[in-house]
Write a protein that binds this ligand. Structure first.
Ligand code: DMJ
Length: 466
């Protein structure tokens, strides 16, 4: 591995960041990446996964999540939907944690029931539970997992019974009653999960329903081909005209592209192609510190804020998957600056003022996801070094004696009693995949959903470099 040039390149990124941010540094900056031995790093990530999983097993088994500081369990809706088990199972299968995977699978098979009188967030339950169960059925052929996924899909369908066909935010799993007429584009776009359910069951209702929702949303885009952050599913009117690649819109674009790759759906490809032109035109911004994507009004294109954040850091992965490697690499360098500013990334960053409107770190995966994608597609070892920085920061700041904890503030590094299930589904999975053999997930056969659950492709359409 050509260590010196790599170190020089990391040093250039780091020094550019340092020159721009010296007055803001509350903590010593993160160390530069050191040469990474991939096998050893994969083993270290796997060991850290086990560290967190064993705590979940000891203190919160069968519940949605572990609260890592108080060592209590947490269920989102008062009853468990086994969220951590579902989110973690396919990661354990990939890591070869067979005993732990089998235990989780058995617990899901035996004890998980969606027949609950609770209003659930359609988006979160789709990407975590439906996506997870489908992926895990494809990996194991366990018919109970498909049965559970089908039961869940059927119970979520009433969410889409609005005048426009776009889903309400909440649906009661037992009664089918709905709540929350104002939603956002990311929560409307759910074709990878519902489409996969149709392909696996042979029932087109899921695909057709989810596709209609996406199409109805896209029909309401502005003349600039941008969408906003809020839309009413009963009237079809926009309630917030802010356009962004960040949370609330993020997985819409990801899912337009991925629906093409998963199903060969040309309508989705065309929507993606129009959308990315508008995003690059109105949201991208080149500053002296690099390439960023901020926010603009969907109707005028006028810039509204210069905010980028941990959620936005998924975008290099999407750009890379679509073939724009130079844009992806440039944006990844900016994300890396965001990470090194405080030694771990804040949830949002004003990239002009270099201040942080939201300084929390809820163990998010997106920056690591993009690092994995870029390494997979370019083979450039600089991404292994970046990954090592992320890993070292996670261990240094978020590790607890029993598990891992979110941070309330990346400047003080104060820990928070929270460990989201996406830490198992995504953060540690992408970190592991960055160092694992490249064919651990075959990109010709699989596309990750937005919660990092690999879904089988039903087409060979689309340029997926492998
Ligand atoms: C995950 O639940 C998914 O990645 C989602 O698309 C948005 N972000 C969280 C993790 O940050």
């Amino acid at each position: 591995m050509p260590i010196r040039p790599l170190r020089h390149r990391l040093a250039i990124i780091f020094l550019a960041m340092l020159a721009s941010t010296l007055p803001l540094l509350a903590q010593p900056a993160a160390t530069l990446g050191t040469p990474a031995d991939s096998d050893a790093m994969a083993a270290r990530v796997r060991a850290e996964y086990l560290h967190a999983w064993q705590a979940y097993h000891a203190y919160a088994w069968g519940h949605d999540a572990l609260m890592p500081l108080s060592k209590k369990s947490h269920d989102w809706y008062g009853v468990s939907l086994h969220m951590s088990q579902i989110d973690g199972l396919d990661t354990m299968l990939l890591m070869g944690l067979d005993k732990e995977a089998a235990e989780a699978q058995q617990d899901i098979d035996k004890h998980l029931s969606f027949d609950q009188d609770i209003y659930v967030k359609n988006f979160e339950i789709t990407i975590r539970c439906l996506g997870g169960l489908l992926s895990e059925y494809e990996a194991t052929n366990d018919p109970q997992l498909l049965k559970l996924a089908t039961d869940l899909g059927r119970r979520l369908l009433p969410a889409f019974h609005s005048p426009t066909g776009m889903p309400y935010e909440f649906v009661n799993l037992r009664t089918g009653k709905v709540r929350g007429a104002v939603t956002n584009p990311a929560e409307v776009a759910l074709l990878p999960e519902f489409g996969t359910l149709s392909k696996l069951t042979g029932d087109p209702v899921y695909y057709d329903t989810a596709k209609r929702a996406m199409t109805e949303l896209w029909k309401r885009r502005s003349s600039l081909d941008l969408v906003g952050l809020g839309i009413n599913v009963e009237t079809g009117d926009w309630t917030d005209s802010t356009s962004t690649i960040s949370g609330g819109i993020d997985s819409l674009d990801e899912y337009l592209l991925k629906s093409w790759l998963l199903f060969g759906d040309r309508d989705c490809l065309e929507m993606w192609q129009k959308s990315i032109v508008a995003i690059n035109r109105y949201l991208a911004e080149q500053t002296r510190f690099g390439l960023w994507y901020g926010q603009a009004d969907m109707r005028t294109g006028a810039r509204t804020t210069h905010e980028y954040g941990a959620l936005d850091a998924f975008f290099p992965a999407v750009l890379a998957l679509a073939g724009d490697l130079s844009g992806a690499e440039a944006l990844q360098r900016s994300s890396f600056q965001m990470w090194t500013l405080y030694g771990i990334e804040p949830d949002t960053l004003d990239y002009i003022r270099l201040s942080t409107p939201n300084a929390g770190y809820p163990l998010r995966p997106e920056i690591i996801e993009s690092t994995y994608y870029l390494h997979h597609l370019t083979g450039d070892p600089i991404y292994l070094h970046m990954g090592q920085d992320y890993f070292d920061s996670l261990v240094r700041w978020c590790r607890t004696p029993d598990a891992y904890a979110a941070l309330t503030d990346v400047r003080t590094k104060q820990q928070k009693d929270d460990m989201e299930s996406f830490f198992f589904a995504e953060t540690l999975k992408y970190l592991y995949l960055l160092y694992a053999p490249r064919d651990t997930v075959d990109w010709k056969k699989f596309v990750f959903n937005t919660e990092a659950h690999p879904l089988k492709r039903f087409t060979t359409a689309g340029p997926v470099a492998n």
